[in-house]
Design a protein around this ligand. Structure first.
Ligand code: UDP
Length: 370
C-alpha cells in the first residue's frame, strides 16, 4: 500500500533544487531520501578547495537576486562576501568592460557622455536597418550597435551556443544589462555575493540530518527507488527521465581545463571573456578573485563550450522554438503522473540562475503543502 512506503519523497539529485526541497519538506515533518548520481552533493554549484581556494568545478556561480525573500532564505545557510561581478572582455588585444556600459562605449568610440553613446548606437542601428529585432543578432545590434556586436558579442555567442547569432533567440542577450552609466556591475540585482565558505557548504547545511545516498544512478535502478517513496522529485534532464521517447532535447555542455599556477595573480580578475572566434575557449576563470584571495598560488579554469551528446553532462538548455515545443511534450507527460515532480534547471529545461532555482523549489514546496 502506498501509505506504507518508507519515505514521503524520494529526491533524485542533490543539487540546489533537490536540497531546498528536501530541507523544506523535512522541516515540515516529511521523510525524505536524496539520491545523487555523482560522488558529491551540490550538483553544478559544487565548489572544492584547492591551494586554499574555492574552485567552482562546474563554472562560475555568482549568487544574485532582486528578491529579498530569496536572499534572506539563502543567507540562513551561509554568509556572503561583497564580491561584485565585473567581468572584462578581451578582443584583438584590447580590454573592454562588461556589461555594456559607458566604459565600454568610451573605449570603443571615445565618446564621453551618454548622449554621444546613444547617438552612435542609434546611427549604427539605423545603418543596419533594424526595426523589430527577430533574432539574437538583430537584438544585439538594436541594443548596442554593429561595432560592439562584432567585437564583443558575435564571436563569444557563437562559441557559447555553437549556432549563428541569426538562429538564436533574442532573449539570450536580454540577460545582459546595457547601461548609459559608468557602472561595471554585471547584475542589476540589489543582492549579490559569493558564499564565504563555498557553495558545497550551503548544500551540506541544507541537507543536514537528511539521508543522502551518493553514487546512485536512479535511472538505472528506477523501480527499486521509486517504490521507496510516495512521490519522486526528479531534478535531472526531463528527456532522460522518459528515455528520450519524443527525441532528445538540445543542450550545450561545458568542459573546463583547470590548472594550478605557481603565481599569485594570473589575470587580475575573476572572469575574463575572450570574445573573438579564434580563441577556442569562451572565458578564463581565476577562482581566488571571487573571494579576494591572497594565496601564493592561483587556480584558473579555461571554459570550453560544446554540443551535448548522450553520456556527457548537460549544462544549458537551448530554448529555441523546436526545443521549447519538445519540452512541453515531456512536461505534459510528467504532469500525468501525480506521484512525480520534475524540477530544477534540467528538469524544467529553463535557463535558471540560482535564485530562480531556489524560488522554483520553494514554490513547489508551497503547492505540495497547500
Ligand atoms: N555575451 C556576449 N559577450 C560576452 C558575454 C555574454 O555576447 O562577453 C552574451 C552571450 O550570448 C551569452 C549571453 O550574453 O550567452 C548571456 O551571458 P551570461 O554571462 O549571462 O551567461 P552565463 O554566465 O549564464 O553563461
Amino acid at each position: 500500500m502506498v501509505s506504507d512506503r518508507q519515505y514521503d519523497y524520494l529526491i533524485v539529485g542533490a543539487g540546489l533544487y533537490g536540497a531546498v526541497f528536501a530541507r523544506e519538506m523535512t522541516n515540515r515533518g516529511k521523510r525524505c531520501l536524496v539520491v545523487e548520481k555523482k560522488s558529491h552533493v551540490a550538483g553544478h554549484i559544487y565548489t572544492h578547495e584547492t591551494e586554499g581556494i574555492q574552485v567552482h568545478r562546474y563554472g562560475a556561480h555568482i549568487f544574485h537576486t532582486h528578491d529579498k525573500a530569496i536572499w534572506q532564505y539563502i543567507n540562513q545557510f551561509t554568509s556572503f562576501n561583497h564580491y561584485v561581478n565585473s567581468p572584462i572582455a578581451i578582443y584583438a588585444g584590447q580590454v573592454y568592460n562588461l556589461p555594456f556600459n559607458m566604459n565600454t562605449f568610451h573605449k570603443l568610440w571615445g565618446v564621453i557622455t551618454p548622449r554621444e553613446a546613444e547617438a552612435e548606437i542609434a546611427r549604427q542601428r539605423q545603418a543596419a536597418g533594424i526595426t523589430v529585432p527577430r533574432n539574437l543578432e538583430e537584438q544585439a545590434i538594436d541594443l548596442v550597435g554593429t561595432d560592439l556586436y562584432e567585437k564583443l558579442i558575435k564571436g563569444y555567442t557563437e562559441k557559447q551556443w555553437g549556432r549563428p547569432c541569426k538562429e538564436l533567440p533574442a532573449s539570450l542577450i536580454k540577460r545582459l544589462p546595457v547601461r548609459f552609466t559608468y557602472d561595471n556591475n554585471y547584475f542589476n540585482d540589489p543582492y549579490q555575493g559569493i558564499p564565504v565558505d563555498g557553495y558545497t557548504a550551503i548544500v551540506q547545511r541544507m541537507l543536514d540530518g537528511i539521508q543522502v545516498r551518493l553514487n546512485v544512478d536512479y535511472l538505472k535502478e528506477r523501480d527499486a527507488f521509486t517504490a521507496l517513496a510516495k512521490k519522486t522529485v526528479f531534478t535531472g534532464a526531463i528527456d532522460a527521465l522518459f528515455d528520450y521517447r519524443f527525441g532528445a532535447l538540445a543542450y550545450r555542455s561545458l568542459r573546463f581545463e583547470t590548472e594550478v599556477l605557481d603565481m599569485p595573480n594570473y589575470q587580475g580578475n575573476a572572469v575574463v571573456n575572450y570574445t573573438d572566434s579564434q580563441t577556442p575557449y569562451t572565458r578564463i576563470l581565476e577562482h581566488k578573485h571571487f573571494a579576494f584571495g591572497t594565496q601564493p598560488k592561483t587556480v584558473i579554469s579555461r571554459e570550453y563550450s560544446h554540443e551535448w551528446q548522450l553520456g556527457v553532462e548537460p549544462y544549458y538548455p537551448i530554448n529555441d522554438a523546436v526545443n521549447a515545443a519538445l519540452y512541453q511534450q515531456y512536461a505534459a507527460l510528467a504532469a500525468q503522473d501525480a506521484s512525480l515532480i520534475v524540477g530544477g534547471r534540467l528538469g524544467e529545461y529553463a535557463y535558471y540562475d540560482m535564485d530562480d532555482v531556489v524560488a522554483s523549489a520553494l514554490r513547489k514546496v508551497q503547492s505540495e503543502t497547500a
